[in-house]
Design a protein around this ligand. Structure first.
Ligand code: GAR
Length: 218
């Protein structure tokens, strides 16, 4: 099978991007990152992409009069690379419905919580404030509902008594670096299909996300 062509969108550090680059280099996933696009200039993720020899673009939302104009520029930039999958990896802009509907079943996001719990920002602090004993990360298909699309895979970690927002962020990040390449690998292998807002995994409807217990990596 030829490698799955992907375009990755970032806004910052790009540690998830790095995990995907590394998994491709190690031949753990059969994919090819054709471009990395950031809506912020000068972020570390752009350097990671350049270091890996990947084409980069900056499309600054501030330079566009409104969301539609930004979305159109972003879409044109992505589409010149003809990706089969668009990967949001810490991309912190809300995308318009028209943009999302342009990539039905072809756009993935990673979010630092066990969705549908804690959509939005500041998830680690909110998990602690709510006194939850479990936390984690989710990979989902993107639909117009913010952080609301069908869930493919989640990593679950225990929340310990001495955890802080910072320690949770670190632990969740480590798990993200495992489940995002895993999810992209499944798609590259043709194991995941998406139809009418539903995920099929190995030919069967996925009733709930695949849940991976925390790896003992920390
Ligand atoms: C990740 O924790 C990702 O889950 C989160 O941003 C971080 C990006 O880190 N995304 C969101 O909150 C999207 N709602 P990275 O730039 O090091 O990959």
């Amino acid at each position: 099978m030829s490698p799955l062509p992907i375009v990755v969108l970032i806004s910052g550090t790009g540690s998830n991007l790095q995990a995907i680059i590394d998994a491709i280099a190690a031949k753990k996933i059969n994919a090819e990152i054709r471009a990395v696009i950031s809506n912020k200039p000068g972020v570390a993720g752009l350097q990671r992409a350049r270091d890996a020899g990947i084409a980069t673009h900056v499309i600054e939302h501030k330079q566009y009069p409104d969301r539609n104009a930004f979305d159109a520029a972003l879409r044109d930039c992505i589409d010149q690379y003809q990706p089969q999958l668009v990967v949001l990896a810490g991309f912190m802009r809300i995308l318009g419905d028209g943009f999302v509907q342009h990539y039905p079943g072809r756009m993935l996001n990673i979010h630092p919580s066990l969705l549908p719990e804690f959509p939005g920002l500041d998830t680690h602090r909110r998990v602690l404030a709510a006194g939850h004993t479990q936390h984690g990360a989710s990979v989902h298909f993107v639909t117009p509902e913010l952080d609301g699309g069908p869930l493919l895979v989640q990593a679950v970690i225990p929340v310990q008594a001495n955890d802080t927002a910072e320690s949770l962020q670190q632990k969740v990040h480590q798990q993200e670096h495992i489940i995002y390449p895993l999810a992209i690998g499944w798609i590259a292998e043709g194991r995941v299909q998406y139809e009418n807002n539903r995920i099929f995994f190995d030919g069967k409807p996925l009733e709930k996300p695949v849940q991976i217990p925390a790896c003992n990596a920390y």
